[in-house]
Structure formats: structure tokens, C-alpha cells
Design a protein around this ligand. Structure first.
Ligand SMILES: Cc1ncc(COP(=O)(O)O)c(C=O)c1O
Length: 382
């Protein structure tokens, strides 16, 4: 047996620091906001105040850094708080390139900063390396990509994008929420910063709001992000962090099962009556399949989308007709969710009117397939 445990083993074991007083096999929660000093006014322990992180958050950040092969990671109160910190680290007037299609909340945040002239912004289609190269300039400060990209699951080649970013001296940030570190290690592929909405796969139980940033190197930008993190205090509570650690222990098995079920559904739904397209990077016909095979080593994820024949209204009917899939936003939890995206993202979004997004959970894939088929039938009959 090797002396170095695999990352899977580490993820389970890292949170099993046996409590030497009680013998408890799970870590305690430490919610204290302040820490005592002795009569010499020296701190008794290692810290004086909870912000930006107490012992529980430090433990989780250490595990996440290990999963990303990063020297450091930071926990935020949400994925959006993590993205906001990265945007805040762009110098005033700095040039940012992001995607026309990506998590729409992050795009809106960047467009808001651009409208206030805090940054200048160019959006390029996800994975279009020619458009990205043309948009990159000597003053480009940040290139922000998302892969797979919400909600068509376009794949962006992280290694090639890193080359383009570094050729102009820009930082490459990757939102890897839908490709957690059990399948993609964005920093190893050349990204400078990787971000996750830990609300999704990392926690996996739809009961924690949190975000993560991890860095390839501790440099001036990371120090700046650290300042923003500690001064704004956009940090998760100890209980949320403890729940996140509980969820993380099962990340590998959840993600493998969700990926396998999503692939089963995607394959079975291809050519199904009532569907115009099935969008899933695990399908050989998906335009990003080749790159996905290279940079998603342990499953293509549990997210897929379908285009429903009959347009906007048919898509709305289909999403409402499922019984096992719950109509709700978000993704990556153990329960399957379905969402008609256009009314969520609004008329300005490039998302197709008839796109319905599925987050595949841990239910039996045969049951999920039967549910989707009955919903398609109900939708056609209406
Ligand atoms: C890909 C992606 N990035 C970022 C976010 C934002 O994360 P949070 O909801 O934790 O703020 C989301 C949320 O849906 C997301 O799907």
C-alpha cells in the first residue's frame, strides 16, 4: 500500500481528526467569534477574532486546497461573494473578458461593474478561442471562464485559455462549480484561480450557501483577495462550514453516481420524440466532448439540458409535468431538479426559449427516465 493516500481517501479522512477528549470521530463546530488573551495580554491560541475564518473554516479550507492542489483556499459566504471578491481585485478601469454564456448572476455582476466604469468588459462565446485571442489586450487583467458553462454545458479548454491569458499577462479565473475537483483540477491545467459555488456539488445537499476560491500561487492578487475577504467578512458561518465538510466526505461517490445517471439519461433521450436536442458533454456528438474527455477525468457531471419541440410554452409545460424532478433553481444536490431557464434569466439572456435544465440527483436513473418520458408525453398531449 502506498504511504500517500489518494485524494478520495484524503477527502474522507481529513475531517476525521479524532477528538482526543471525547473520542468523537467527527470534528466539533467552533462558533466562537472572539478568543481570549492571558494575563500577559498574549493570545492563548492562534487567533484573536473569527473574521475571516475560525478553526472550523480553516479545516474546510485546508481540505479544499488539497483537493485543488493549491497552496491556499478561502471560504466565502456564497459563490457570488467569491466572484465579487475577484472582480473587486481588478484595478479600476482594468479590462476583463468573460463569456456570453455563463452563470447569469456572475455576468450581471460584471456588467454592473462595467456600467459604473469600474472595469471594461468584453464577452466572448464560451470555448471560442479565436474570439478570446482577438479580445485579449496588453491591459487585460482578468479572463473569467466557466466550464461546463451554464446552461448549454459548452466546454472551455482551460489549458489553451491559460496560454492566451498568460501571453498578455492576465489572470485566468475558472468557475468550476459544475466540474468539482474530483473530476477537474483547473489550477493543474493552468488556471490561476479556481472558484466554486460550494452551494452545489461540494456540499451536495441543498442546505448550505457557500463559495470557495483557491489559488495556484500566493501572489499579489491573492493577497489582495485576502484583504477583501477579511475586510468585507463575506464568510460562512461555522455551522454551514461544518455541514459543508459533511457533504464533502461523499463528494466522490455522489459525483460519480450523478455523472453516470446523467449519461444514462442523455443517451436514452437522444432522438426521443418531443426533443430537439440533448446537451451533455459526455455525449460524443457534443461539440466539447473531446476537450471534456481530457479535462474531466472522473465523470462529465450531473447537469444536462434539453431543447423541447414546441418552443417556450412547451418547455414550460414539460418542466411543470415532471413528478420526481422538482421544479426549482440550483443544482448539484442529491435530489433531481428541473428548470425552464428563459423565464429565470430574462429576455436579455442568450439562452434558448425552449431550453430546460436538469440537475440529476441520486434517484434510480430508470425512475428518472420514466418521469421525463411521462412529462414529454403529457406535454405533447396538452
Ligand atoms: C456556475 C455557478 N457559479 C456561481 C453561482 C453562484 O453561487 P451561489 O449561489 O453560491 O452564490 C452559481 C449559482 O447558481 C452557479 O451555478
Amino acid at each position: 500500500m502506498s504511504n500517500t493516500p489518494t485524494r478520495t481517501t484524503f477527502t474522507v479522512q481529513a475531517m476525521h481528526a479524532i477528538d482526543q477528549i471525547t473520542g468523537a470521530v467527527i470534528p466539533p463546530i467552533q462558533p466562537a467569534t472572539t478568543y481570549a488573551r492571558g494575563s500577559d495580554n498574549q493570545l492563548i491560541g492562534e487567533q484573536d477574532y473569527r473574521r475571516p475564518s475560525g478553526p472550523t473554516e480553516k479545516q474546510a479550507a485546508k481540505v479544499l486546497a488539497m483537493l485543488e492542489d493549491a497552496p491556499e483556499a478561502k471560504l466565502f459566504s456564497s459563490g457570488m461573494a467569491a466572484i465579487a471578491a475577484v472582480i473587486e481585485s481588478v484595478p479600476t478601469g482594468g479590462h476583463v473578458i468573460a463569456q456570453t454564456e455563463m452563470y447569469y448572476g456572475a455576468k450581471l455582476l460584471m456588467q454592473r461593474a462595467a456600467a459604473k466604469k469600474r472595469i471594461t468588459l468584453n464577452l466572448v462565446p464560451p470555448g471560442d478561442l479565436h474570439a478570446l485571442t482577438a479580445a485579449a489586450r496588453p491591459d487585460t487583467n482578468l479572463i473569467w471562464i466557466e466550464s461546463p458553462a451554464n446552461p448549454s454545458w459548452a466546454i472551455v479548454d482551460i489549458a489553451k485559455t491559460a496560454d492566451i491569458a498568460h501571453a498578455v499577462g492576465a489572470t485566468l479565473g475558472v468557475d468550476s462549480t459544475c466540474a468539482p475537483p474530483c473530476t477537474t483540477q483547473a489550477l493543474t491545467l493552468g488556471a490561476d484561480i479556481v472558484m466554486h459555488s460550494a452551494t452545489k456539488y461540494l456540499n451536495g445537499h441543498s442546505d448550505v450557501l457557500a463559495g470557495v476560491l483557491a489559488t495556484r500561487e500566493v501572489n499579489a492578487r491573492w493577497e489582495e483577495i485576502g484583504e477583501i475577504h477579511s475586510k468585507t467578512g463575506a464568510v460562512p458561518g461555522a455551522f454551514e462550514t461544518w455541514l459543508l465538510m459533511r457533504g464533502l466526505r461523499t463528494l466522490w461517490v455522489r459525483f460519480e453516481r450523478q455523472s453516470a445517471s446523467a449519461l444514462t439519461l442523455a443517451e436514452a433521450l437522444q432522438g426521443e420524440k418531443g426533443l430537439e436536442a440533448v446537451l451533455y458533454p459526455g455525449l460524443p456528438g457534443h461539440p466539447g466532448h473531446g476537450v471534456a474527455t481530457l479535462q474531466m477525468s472522473n465523470g462529465f457531471g450531473g447537469m444536462l439540458s434539453v431543447h423541447i419541440a414546441g418552443g417556450y410554452d412547451a418547455a414550460a409545460r414539460f418542466a411543470a409535468a415532471t413528478r420526481l424532478f422538482t421544479q426549482a433553481t440550483s443544482l448539484g444536490g442529491v435530489e433531481s431538479l428541473i428548470e425552464h431557464r428563459k423565464p429565470i434569466e430574462g429576455p436579455d439572456s442568450p439562452v434558448a426559449d425552449n431550453l430546460v435544465r436538469l440537475s440529476v440527483g441520486l434517484e434510480d436513473p430508470a425512475d428518472l427516465l420514466a418521469d421525463l418520458r411521462q412529462a414529454l408525453q403529457a406535454c405533447r398531449a396538452a
